[in-house]
Design a protein around this ligand. Structure first.
Ligand SMILES: *Cc1c(COP(=O)(O)O)cnc(C)c1O
Length: 352
């Protein structure tokens, strides 16, 4: 099957109404979207159309039974004026991995990657040329059968929307170990980027936010003994110059930022351990003042420094962000690669 993207351009670009220095996160969208339907056991031709609402049957199965998956990646302007996407092949692979777990069809590379490149090429004026800003890219897929009844949908819709975003400079965050609720069960869907995982996380997150924390630090669902991840980020701790991060247990997301950070750290000769990490190990090190850094890692923020870690009624404060060697190393190196200031020796950039 060969796929060709059919393009219908908008007559009403909204780009002149956007203040690229002040964009509320995730609320401004580019002029076009890509849509592609799966029917009768095969993908149709991808189409790029003007941004607008989708029309759905009221029984749309994804709304009832949760067959819905997504991805998140970013396009950047390099210092020499190119438009690049960071490691889209990893997001493509993860998307189909999520699809497998949710009993949804895989999508061909020609639709996901080539469609993505056509869409960004058409809307490339929307990729901000401001340090720290980027174009957030959100591919998603959901079951569209108009029928009630629990079974895998026969029909699906794949869509890509894009949203320019400013640099994400949040304050360092306060997190707390969650020891009642769980994000992901053993044998569950923790390593898929499916909608239900995020819906299930909202109440526990809201409850800790009411207590002044920003995010929960998830622990395993069986014993609440091992650390998992935090919000939409993988998590790292530095104890006496050893960089620790939970291994890919099947219950955490395979973060592209996590994978890239581990590779850069190891290449620089730092010690990284990917393994089960006990909550008690972190708490003991916190009590002894041995945790020099803790941070979340993901596409939205790259690095989100953690300032405080709560455990039961105790709250431990971490050293100031200024002295943090490893998280600064990751931020600086990833930024320099994405903007073309460091040579792309790993071939992580896809130029449009
Ligand atoms: C998307 C996501 C991440 C981070 O993945 P990146 O590929 O680095 O953006 C981590 N955890 C969860 C739960 C996520 O949804």
């Amino acid at each position: 099957m060969t796929y060709e993207v059919k393009i219908t351009k908008t007559n009403h670009s909204t780009i002149s109404t956007v203040d690229f220095n002040n964009i509320p996160f995730g609320q401004v969208f580019t002029d076009h979207i890509l849509v592609c339907d799966y029917t009768n056991g095969e993908w149709g031709q991808p189409e790029i159309i003007p941004f607008g609402n989708l029309s759905l049957h009221p029984a749309t199965s994804a709304l009832h039974y949760g067959q819905t998956i997504f991805e998140g990646m970013k396009a950047y302007k390099t210092s020499d004026g190119r438009t690049v996407i960071f490691r889209p092949d990893r997001n493509f692979a993860r998307f189909n991995h999520s699809a497998d777990r949710m009993c949804m069809p895989n999508i061909p590379k020609e639709i996901f990657i080539d469609g993505l490149k056509s869409l960004i090429d058409l809307d490339k004026e929307w990729v901000p040329n401001i340090h720290g800003s980027s174009l957030y890219i959100r591919p998603f897929m959901f079951g569209t059968d108009g029928a009630v009844g629990v079974r895998p949908s026969d029909n699906y819709k794949f869509v890509i929307i894009c949203s320019p975003v400013n640099s994400y400079y949040p304050e360092p965050i306060k997190v707390i170990f969650e020891t009642h609720y769980s994000r992901a069960a053993f044998g569950g869907t923790g390593e898929a980027k499916n909608g239900g995982n995020y819906g299930a996380a909202m109440l526990p997150t809201k409850l800790v936010q009411d207590k002044g924390f920003k995010q929960v630090l998830w622990t395993d669902s069986k014993e609440h003994r091992y650390v998992e991840e935090s919000g939409t980020m993988n998590v790292f701790f530095v104890i006496e110059d050893v960089i620790l991060t939970p291994d890919l247990s099947g219950r955490i997301l395979h973060g592209v930022t996590r994978e890239s950070a581990i590779q850069l750290l190891k290449e620089a000769g730092f010690i990284v351990e990917e393994r089960p990490i006990e909550v008690s190990e972190i708490v003991t090190a916190l009590k002894e003042g041995k945790v020099s850094e803790a941070f979340g890692c993901g596409t939205a923020a790259t690095i989100a420094h953690i300032s405080h870690i709560g455990h039961d009624a105790d709250v431990y404060e971490l050293p100031p962000v200024e002295g943090r060697k490893y998280s600064t190393f990751i931020t600086d190196n990833l930024d320099a690669i994405k903007t073309g200031k460091l040579p792309d020796i790993h071939h992580w950039l896809e130029t449009i």
